[in-house]
Write a protein that binds this ligand. Structure first.
Ligand code: SF4
Length: 277
């Protein structure tokens, strides 16, 4: 029997789903879900996982000691404004259509966003910006993404984080990034048959996409194409990678990223996806 982490809400091993009405995602892990304790485990457990197995295994991963300590510490101490709420405090699996044409690749969950709600870009300001834009162009069912029970849904799109645990200062180390990379590499492989466009949020997502597709055995351009807002390149023969400035408050408050700029790249992604580009 593998060692299981206590569920942050119930304190029990992952033997039962999250209680209904909490607004959390259904727990993808069950009592027998294997737990990765180091980089070798991650490689081994990601290698032939189905998408459901991947989601479950990611959600209980424990391979990066610093990030495990951080995500659980944040979940325990909580931001004052969320003091009455349970925190997920675990890694965040990919979310959305398992046969999506558009894949959105971000950096990592926010400490009081995804790490609290259990869903990527959910419950933080970056997500507010992103989901409002995705709704405007028809890629999200609602304008907001507040918690996993809010009725939000992605339309022909899926979102993944490059690093699946919230890192201190939003900065994973290179070792942590490398340890986590088999998860996204496997996800890219599983999604490749349907994905026509990858929207990379920020240079980190851009680099991670190129690295992941290359590691998964797909052709990527050389030399490495430069990231920029609206930059495009072709990967894996028929997938277009599009760059988008990250919707962080640092970018949206300063006007570096405007609503119009965001909508423009999202609409471009939709045109390419619908044309089978
Ligand atoms: S960052 Fe990735 S590899 Fe590290 S503990 Fe989280 S899910 Fe596991």
């Amino acid at each position: 029997m593998p060692e299981l982490l206590p569920h942050p809400l119930t304190g029990q091993p992952f033997a039962s789903p999250v209680p209904p009405g909490t607004g959390w995602p259904d727990d993808p892990a069950v009592a027998g879900t294997p737990v990765a304790h180091d980089a070798d485990d991650v490689r081994r457990l990601a290698a032939r996982a189905t998408l459901d197995e991947l989601d479950a295994r990611v959600s209980v991963c424990s391979a990066c000691p610093r990030l495990v300590a951080w995500r659980e510490d944040v979940a325990h101490t909580k931001r004052a404004s969320f003091a009455d709420q349970p925190y997920w405090g675990r890694p965040i699996a990919g979310w959305g259509d398992p046969e999506a044409a558009i894949l959105v690749v971000g950096l990592a969950p926010a400490a009081n966003g995804g790490n609290r709600t259990g869903r990527i870009f959910t419950g933080d300001r970056s997500g507010d910006w992103l989901f409002a834009a995705m709704h405007r162009v028809g890629l999200a069912a609602q304008t907001t993404s507040e918690h996993a029970g809010d009725g939000q849904a992605l339309i022909d799109a899926r979102m993944v984080a490059t690093v699946r645990c919230a890192p201190p200062d939003n900065r994973p180390t290179t070792e942590e990034r490398n340890t986590c990379s088999p998860w996204i590499e496997r996800e890219v492989t599983l999604l490749a048959p349907s994905v026509r466009v990858v929207l990379a949020l920020g240079g980190y997502g851009w680099d991670a996409t190129l690295r992941s597709f290359k590691a998964a055995g797909y052709d990527v351009p050389r030399p490495k194409p430069k990231f920029g807002h609206g930059a495009e390149t072709t990967i894996a023969d028929d997938v277009t990678l599009i760059g988008c400035f990250h919707p962080s408050q640092q970018n949206t408050f300063t006007g570096r990223l405007t609503e119009e700029m965001t909508d423009t790249v999202l609409r471009r992604a939709m045109v390419l996806a619908q044309s089978g580009a």
